[in-house]
Design a protein around this ligand. Structure first.
Ligand SMILES: [Zn+2]
Ligand SMILES: [Zn+2]
Length: 93
């Protein structure tokens, strides 16, 4: 459900960009390259907090280089258990 809403916003955004910015094939190539750097669709992962040793599944808040105006409210900005900064949240493999 959440992903579908985000997808709609993103397609609206790319349509706007298409009208305003894309004027040549070169620009289109650049746009395609930028899309590749998009982190909006990254998977949820298992994280461990180094402060309280709790683990959780989610995503660490990260600004997308392609869609810097999009904020994901569900992404963690700190540990949900002890409130430690994201730098204490370690990715578990
Ligand atoms: Zn993105
Ligand atoms: Zn913690």
């Amino acid at each position: 459900m959440e992903a579908r809403v985000v997808g709609k916003q993103r397609s609206d955004y790319s349509i706007t960009i298409h009208k305003i910015v894309v004027t040549s094939d070169e620009t289109k190539d650049q746009l395609r390259k930028d899309q590749h750097q998009c982190v909006c669709e990254r998977k949820r992962q298992n994280f461990c907090c180094l402060c309280c040793r709790n683990t959780f599944i989610g995503r660490i808040s990260q600004r997308c280089p392609v869609h810097p105006e999009v904020a994901y409210l569900m992404d963690a900005r700190n540990c949900g258990f002890c409130g430690a900064d994201v730098k204490y949240l370690q990715l578990k493999q």
